[in-house]
Design a protein around this ligand. Structure first.
Ligand code: FAD
Ligand code: S2G
Ligand code: ZN
Length: 477
């Protein structure tokens, strides 16, 4: 079976569901809303957050326990059903929805918090816990989650691990490869791989959990996680600054590490176009006048007087030397939320333009904004908007280009040019969102053939029948 949507792609020789198979899953998952077959119920699960990738799955399964996931995968592996693991369905590379009629295995009912040790700050929970809920829970114990992203209201921690999500706290708290102490996953044959641990140090054998972080549902279904949660800071400050040039942004980044040092907890940037999409498409107000660039600097520390003094002194210096033209420091939580909204809701605002060509890339900082300028001169006249924003501190740019609807001419002006541009500067074509369905054939722009060959060998070891998230992450060649 090929599909009109992907004429170039043949459906793998996976089995097709029969009524008997559905009945078998219904016996396995007794109770309401655990086995969905009604097309209207399936629509949301078959459509990704960007409303670009759409699958034609006829079955959503909602297990509650690791054992149920194991029983489901045993059947799927024996009967050769393809399976698409799904968490909050907020992924942006087409990895979270089927390409054809893969069975969707949703973690939405696997949302138990198992334990939280306030002394060590170690949380253990099921994979289907929503990141925002976990943050609310741990903050009652003076802790925070080590990651925060705009999708926190719906993304699952299992999906965050599977995509090795970065987000706005990575600058301070590092990647999930460091904050995840253990995980449990179910392999394609139903085997439960227990890598759960609440130890910060354990050098006994290969660190297998790392393979699943960033595996995008292709090596196993993550069912539990153990995460080290940092201490919640007594005082958090957020400055929103206007600057004239990207060189000034980089200078301020360098100076903020020097002068704010241990209290610096986030450093994000927006260009004028990305702020404009929030003010025009979402009617959000900017707290300062228009500038070519904006940065958000967040500090988090234990002593309010010390932090405020340090931050004020730093900002005054920046204004005096003219690196920063304008700025404000949030006076309360409400204003802090509003300013973070200007940064975290750019993705949502862009959707209102129509179709979004998204490039989440890592680049050397001296090249960072040149990609936006080059793409603007190459396709700006044909696109609605070309914007650049993101996690400067991580060297991670979010280049987004929009048009009212998918435009083949715009797309062919962008790809493969944008990927070649990044590869020539030894950047990464996917900094934090993964490759999923949309970017897997560009993997060689960022990974060697020997590395991809080893990935395929590992994939074959864990999933010899290739039933987990086929057509994703790794290229066919
Ligand atoms: P899904 O979208 O459901 O799935 C994502 C991938 O993981 C798929 O390949 C799926 O098969 C797999 N998967 C899901 N659950 C499991 C599991 N339990 N076991 C194995 N595989 C699984 N990402 C960033 O890194 N940084 C950001 O700052 C950021 N901001 C965002 C802002 C917005 C508004 C949105 C919509 C997305 C943003 N993202 C960001 C994308 C981010 O990757 C996803 O939001 C999130 O990490 C995926 O979690 P999810 O539960 O939604 O997974
Ligand atoms: C972000 C997600 C949204 C986007 O906002 O940090 O990771 O537009 C992104 O890419
Ligand atoms: Zn991001």
């Amino acid at each position: 079976l090929t599909s009109v949507r992907y004429p170039y792609l043949k459906r793998g020789n996976y089995s097709k569901l029969t009524d008997q198979d559905v009945a078998q899953f219904e016996r396995l998952l007794p109770g309401e809303q655990r086995v969905l077959t009604d097309p209207s119920d399936l629509e949301g699960y078959n459509t990704d957050w960007l409303k670009i990738c759409r699958g034609i799955s006829q079955l959503v399964l909602k297990p509650k326990t690791t054992e149920e996931v194991s029983d489901i995968l045993k059947i799927c592996n024996e009967k050769k059903f393809a399976v698409n693991p799904q968490g909050g369905n907020t992924g942006l590379v087409g990895g979270s929805v089927p390409v054809f009629d893969e069975i969707i295995l949703s973690t939405s009912l696997m949302n138990n918090i198992i334990s939280l040790d306030a002394l060590s700050g170690i949380l253990t929970c099921q994979a289907g816990c929503i990141l925002g809920n976990l943050n609310d829970h741990v903050s009652q114990h003076n802790l925070i989650m080590p990651l925060d992203l705009g999708a926190k209201g719906s993304c699952h921690i299992g999906g965050n691990l599977a995509t090795n999500a970065g987000g706005i706290r990575l600058l301070r708290y590092g990647s999930l490869h460091g904050s995840v102490l253990g995980l449990e996953a179910v392999l394609a044959n139903g085997e439960i791989l227990d890598c759960m641990s609440t130890l910060r140090k354990d050098n006994t054998g290969y660190d297998l959990k790392q393979l699943f972080i960033g595996s995008e549902g292709a090596l196993g279904i993550i069912t539990k996680a153990a995460i080290l949660c940092p201490q919640k800071s007594n005082t958090v400050n957020l400055a929103f600054l206007g600057l004239d040039s990207f060189n000034d942004v980089l200078d301020v980044f360098r100076d903020s590490k020097k002068h704010l040092s241990e209290i610096l907890s986030a450093f994000e940037f927006l260009d004028s176009e990305s702020l404009k999409v929030c003010t025009s498409n979402l009617q959000l107000a900017s707290p300062i006048a228009q500038h070519p660039f904006y940065i958000l600097i967040e500090t988090s520390g234990s002593n309010g007087t010390h932090d405020e003094e340090k931050l004020t002194q730093f900002l005054e210096t920046l204004m005096t030397v003219g690196k920063v033209k304008d700025g404000t420091v949030a006076v309360d939580d409400k204003q802090m939320q509003h300013i973070w909204g200007l940064r975290e809701r750019v993705a949502e605002a862009l959707l209102h333009d129509g179709y979004c060509y998204k490039y989440d890339v890592s680049l050397p900082l001296h090249d960072f904004y040149n990609l936006v300028l080059d793409m603007r001169s190459r396709v700006g006249h044909k696109a609605t908007r070309v914007v650049g924003y993101g996690h400067v501190g991580d060297g991670n740019l979010h280049l987004n280009i929009t048009s009212p609807s998918y435009d083949e001419e715009v797309a062919s002006l962008i790809e493969p040019f944008v990927y070649d541009w990044i590869a020539e500067r030894r950047g990464s074509i996917s900094a934090e969102h993964g490759l999923g369905f949309k970017k897997r054939h560009y993997i060689y722009h960022s990974k060697s053939r020997s590395a991809v060959a080893a990935m395929k060998a590992i994939k074959h070891l864990f999933d010899p029948n290739g039933i987990l998230n086929p057509y994703k992450t790794l290229p066919d060649d």
